[in-house]
Design a protein around this ligand. Structure first.
Ligand code: PEP
Ligand code: MN
Length: 337
């Protein structure tokens, strides 16, 4: 449920309403808008709020929220959320392209990639340092050393960085070294991880699990947002279907649906969606046309030699050409790059 305060409500009236709701044993989440304050109310029995708060000084309206995800829903927050990541806005007019290798492999590899991302017009550098691999014998990432190389690349190029957190015990380290914490598809329902990220307040990109419904993704986002962290980017990265030609099936309908259901920015990872480099340009353009706020793309200076996800990594030339095409699609849908 949300309690909408009137435009004229005073600070004291808002605080009195918050106190009263909390006395009922319910949780409050005030959102102080430019025009009005709305208070999200979470808890099992909200009948007391309905009985006592209608007509309370400063209260304009009490609206039940029907969706199971409350704060991630557009019902609670009709306007788009725009997240500021170290000066880069995500969810606004500009399409945000995050690009980089699947895994940070060496200092030279990530620095060269960062320079190219910047030159081509990308806004954020990606690179995994702690890799969740299906086989325990595959390359697991450089760990903290990888985070340090990413931070050095950020320092040199000014590009914010995104990297995947797999273990909540590393959260402080990630808050220090990275601008966006990536929650991988495998961890979408790691509720301890989500709650800790929520408490940290750090910007997070939440990937959809390969077998998760749209609603499951929004409920996972709710675990972060309910802790007071609204800096969440949703990411469609393909789902498991009967099709085996592509690595996963890119669910573009999820992009359009998420934009309707939620105020949070939505981006597409075409790389893990299809797993085949030469399909990625088409899927990237389609994603922007479908309303995505950005892309997360794997690129590598030498895809054939990549330690992880080489077959889906774009070389620098293909990526630079793709950026030119995306610029045109962005313009066609009234956005910038
Ligand atoms: C990744 O981005 O490198 C990754 C492991 O992706 P996903 O979690 O979508 O499989
Ligand atoms: Mn990868």
């Amino acid at each position: 449920m949300i309690v909408v305060m009137s435009q004229e409500a005073t600070r004291e009236q808002i605080e009195a309403v918050l106190r009263k709701i909390e006395e009922f044993g319910l949780q409050t989440h005030p959102i102080y808008g430019v025009q009005k304050t709305v208070i999200g109310v979470i808890g099992d029995d909200k009948t007391k709020v309905v009985e006592t708060m209608a007509g309370y000084p400063g209260v304009e309206q009490i609206i039940p929220i029907l969706k199971p995800y409350k704060f991630a829903s557009r019902e609670t927050h009709p306007q788009d959320t725009v997240i500021d990541v170290s000066g880069v806005e995500i969810g606004g007019d500009k399409i945000v392209v995050m690009a980089g290798p699947c895994a940070v492999e060496s200092r030279e590899q990530i620095l060269n990639t960062a320079r190219l991302v910047k030159l081509a017009g990308g806004s954020i550098l990606r690179g995994g340092a702690y890799k969740p691999r299906t086989s325990p014998y595959s390359f697991q990432g450089l760990g903290e050393e990888g985070l340090k190389y990413l931070a050095e690349a950020r320092e040199e190029t000014g590009l914010p960085v995104i990297t995947e957190l797999t273990d909540p015990r590393n959260l402080d380290l990630f808050c220090e070294y990275t601008d966006i914490i990536q929650v991988g598809a495998r961890n979408m329902q790691n509720f301890v991880l989500l709650t800790e990220i929520g408490r940290s307040g750090h910007p997070a990109l939440l990937k959809r699990g390969p077998s998760s419904k749209i609603e499951d993704l929004l409920l996972a986002a709710e675990y972060i947002i309910k802790e007071g962290n609204r800096n969440i980017i949703l990411c469609e990265r393909g789902i498991s279907t009967f099709e085996t030609y592509t690595r996963n099936t890119l669910d573009l309908s999820a992009v359009a649906a998420l934009k309707q259901l939620s105020h949070l920015p939505v981006i597409v990872d075409p790389s893990h969606s299809v797993g085949i480099a030469n399909l990625i340009p088409a899927m990237s353009m389609a994603s922007i046309a479908a309303g995505a706020d950005g892309l997360l793309v794997e690129i590598h200076p030498n895809p054939n030699a990549a330690l992880c996800d080489g077959p889906q990594s774009l070389d620098f030339e293909t990526f630079s050409n793709l950026m030119k095409k995306i610029r045109k699609i962005a313009a066609a849908v009234g956005r910038d790059l």
